[in-house]
Design a protein around this ligand. Structure first.
Ligand code: GDP
Length: 231
C-alpha cells in the first residue's frame, strides 16, 4: 500500500460517511449507542427450528452474510466482547440462529448462519434457508437485517440472492461493508458507489451503507448508534 493510502482512505470514509450531513446522528445518539453496547451481553439461544426460537419480547436486529465476511469479528467489535460470536475457522459450521441479549431485556442481536459455503450439503442449505425465511417472515420483533458484504469482493451472486430474498420478504435490510482496512482508497470509492447504486434499485434496501473495519475500529461507534436508533 502506498504511503499516502491510509490518508486517502480516511478521507473517503470521512467525506462519504462519517460527515454525511444527510445521516448525521449527533452526540446524543452516538452516546446512546455507546451506552447500549456497554451493557452485558448474554448468549440466550441457538435455534434450528421455528419451534425453538426464544419468545418474541424485545426488538431484534439480525446479522447476515457470506461465511468469512467478518460477521463474528464485527459482532465482537460492536459488543466490545471477544469470543461472543466465535470467529469461524470452519465456515458454514454454525447452522443455527444465535441470539444474544444486550443489557437487561433491551434488545437482541441475532447471528444468522453464514451462507454461500460450497461444502455445506444442499439439504442443510435448504433447511437453514427455510428457517431464515420463516424467521424473517413471521418474527414481529425483527427490526432490520444487516447484510454484511466484504468490501474487497463487493456484492457477489450469493449476496444478490440474499437481497432478492429480503426484497421478496419485504424486510428492511441495510448493507454493511466489512474489512475496509484491506482495500485501497480508489477501490473503496468504487465499491461504495456500486453498492449504493445497487441499494437504490432494491426496494427494501436501506440507502445508507455502513463502512466498517473490525481490525481498525472504523465505523463501529456509528453502527452502534444506528442500531440504537432502531430501539
Ligand atoms: P465470519 O465467518 O463471517 O464470522 O468471519 P470472521 O469474523 O471469522 O472473519 C473471517 C476472517 O476475516 C478472519 O480471519 C478475521 O480475522 C478476518 N477479518 C474479519 N474482520 C476483519 C477486518 O475488519 N479487517 C481485516 N483485515 N480482517 C478481518
Amino acid at each position: 500500500m502506498a504511503n499516502n493510502e491510509p490518508n486517502e482512505q480516511a478521507e473517503i470514509i470521512e467525506t462519504n460517511y462519517l460527515k454525511n450531513l444527510d445521516f448525521d446522528f449527533g452526540v446524543e445518539v452516538t452516546e446512546k449507542g455507546k451506552k447500549l453496547f456497554s451493557q452485558p451481553v448474554k448468549f440466550i439461544a441457538a435455534s434450528n427450528s421455528m419451534q425453538s426460537l426464544p419468545e418474541e419480547s424485545v426488538p431484534e436486529v439480525a446479522f447476515a452474510g457470506r461465511s468469512n465476511v467478518g460477521k463474528s469479528s464485527l459482532i465482537n467489535s460492536i459488543t466490545g466482547r471477544k469470543f461472543i460470536a466465535r470467529t469461524s475457522q470452519n465456515p458454514g459450521r454454525t447452522q443455527q440462529l444465535n441470539f444474544f441479549e444486550i443489557g437487561n431485556e433491551n434488545f437482541r442481536l441475532v447471528d444468522f448462519p453464514g451462507f454461500g459455503y460450497a461444502k455445506a450439503s444442499k439439504t442443510s442449505i435448504q433447511s437453514w434457508n427455510r428457517l431464515i425465511k420463516s424467521y424473517i417472515k413471521y418474527r414481529s420483533t425483527l427490526k432490520r437485517v444487516l447484510l454484511l458484504i466484504d468490501s474487497r469482493r463487493g456484492i457477489t451472486a450469493s449476496d444478490k440472492e440474499a437481497m432478492d430474498a429480503f426484497n421478496k420478504l419485504a424486510v428492511s435490510y441495510q448493507i454493511i461493508l466489512t474489512k475496509v482496512d484491506k482495500i485501497k482508497a480508489k477501490e473503496l470509492q468504487f465499491t461504495i458507489e456500486k453498492v449504493k447504486d445497487e441499494c437504490n434499485v432494491n426496494s427494501a434496501a436501506h440507502p445508507f451503507v455502513h463502512l466498517t473495519s473490525s481490525v481498525k475500529g472504523t465505523g463501529i461507534d456509528f453502527l452502534r448508534a444506528d442500531i440504537a436508533r432502531l430501539i
